[in-house]
Design a protein around this ligand. Structure first.
Ligand SMILES: O=C(O)CCC(=O)C(=O)O
Ligand SMILES: [Fe+2]
Length: 325
């Protein structure tokens, strides 16, 4: 269990801190779960601020048994964010891992797709020999958002796999929209619970830097759509805000300005430090998240520093996860 995995990326740990002691030191409580499957092993889980489960020592390049897959999906359903530090995964292996969480869907952004694997997208500021960006989102800040809100039936599962990222920069944060909902005053919850928001990809794309904006064909395939502002988990009944103020254009039935003011206020509330997990990327980290219960944002970074992540998105099962419609 504690031996270094056969195919991991070299651990980047500070001198004097081997992975284990560092891990134990920062652990408040260890969640030991026996999972069955091809690998009969205990899952070692460290929770970060109640929303992110860090899972060490699962070699995802090997086939994961059904029992383990069920456990990992349950962790994602519980927290909303799942981190597998320092994996070493080919694009084919990324496709297999994503398929364990849900049904993979290629992104609308075919212009960001890997030249080798249609389902894999590149998030990068790197350029090819002709000076064209090899992926999307460049080096600017990516403001708080939830992926796919501009689609009528969003595929809410997503993962990013880090190939290269500047040290202690370009961090990505996630905000917990279930706890944000619970922390709202009762009167606000009653007032907004049945609101429906309108979303437009066109609006979101205007915030992208020039090289990441969609072509006309993609814009024609993304007319405005509507989603409930508050969703309910099918099994647990837990509720979550469904927010994306950079893509939303308002609330149905409210004057545009009033609707946007409310959405901005809710976003400011939901992204308070107490609801966040921030990931400082290391090569090989795989982060999986549920866009129905979280918002995320990426910090801007120095354009001279190379950054490359591979991205997949997938439909999480309706019986286990909130699926906005
Ligand atoms: O670059 C990042 O860390 C996040 C990009 C992003 O928002 C995404 O891949 O959905
Ligand atoms: Fe995103």
């Amino acid at each position: 269990m504690l031996a270094a995995p056969a195919k991991g990326v070299d651990a980047r740990v500070e001198p004097g801190h081997d992975g284990l002691s560092c891990w134990c030191f920062i652990t408040g409580g260890i969640d030991m779960t026996m999972a069955s499957g091809l690998h009969e092993m205990a899952l070692m889980v460290r929770w970060e601020n109640g929303l992110c489960a860090v899972v060490d020592d699962v070699p995802l390049w090997d086939a994961v048994g059904d029992g383990m897959a069920v456990e990992l999906r349950a962790l994602l359903a519980r927290g909303g964010v799942l981190v597998f530090p320092r994996q070493a995964l080919s694009e084919a292996e990324l496709v297999r891992v994503a398929g364990m969480f849900g049904t993979i869907e290629a992104s609308l952004r075919y212009d960001w797709a890997s030249p080798y694997t249609r389902e894999v997208g590149y998030i990068s500021n790197l350029r090819d020999a002709e000076g064209r960006q090899i992926g999307g989102l460049g080096n600017n800040e990516v403001v708080w958002h939830s992926d796919q809100t501009y689609v009528s039936t969003p595929a809410t599962g997503a993962m990013l796999y880090c190939l290269e990222s500047p040290p202690r920069a370009a961090r990505t944060s996630w905000a917990d929209l279930r706890r944000a909902w619970e922390a709202l005053p009762e009167a606000t919850r009653a007032r907004i619970e049945d609101y429906v928001a309108v979303f437009s990809y066109d609006k979101r794309a205007q915030s992208y830097e020039a090289g990441s904006r969609p072509g006309d064909d993609i814009r024609q395939r993304t007319p405005p759509v509507e989603h409930r502002l508050v969703n309910r988990h099918p099994r647990t009944g837990e509720k979550a805000l469904y927010l994306d103020p950079g893509t939303a254009t308002g609330i149905r039935g409210l004057p545009a300005e009033e609707g946007m003011r409310l959405l901005d206020e809710l976003c400011a509330h939901a992204t308070q430090e107490r609801f966040l997990y921030t990931h400082d990327w290391q090569v090989g980290d795989l982060v999986v998240w549920d866009n129905a219960v979280t918002l995320h944002r990426r910090e801007p970074f120095d354009p001279c520093q190379p950054r490359l992540l591979k991205r997949l998105q997938f439909r999480l099962p309706q019986a286990e996860f909130i699926c906005p419609d």
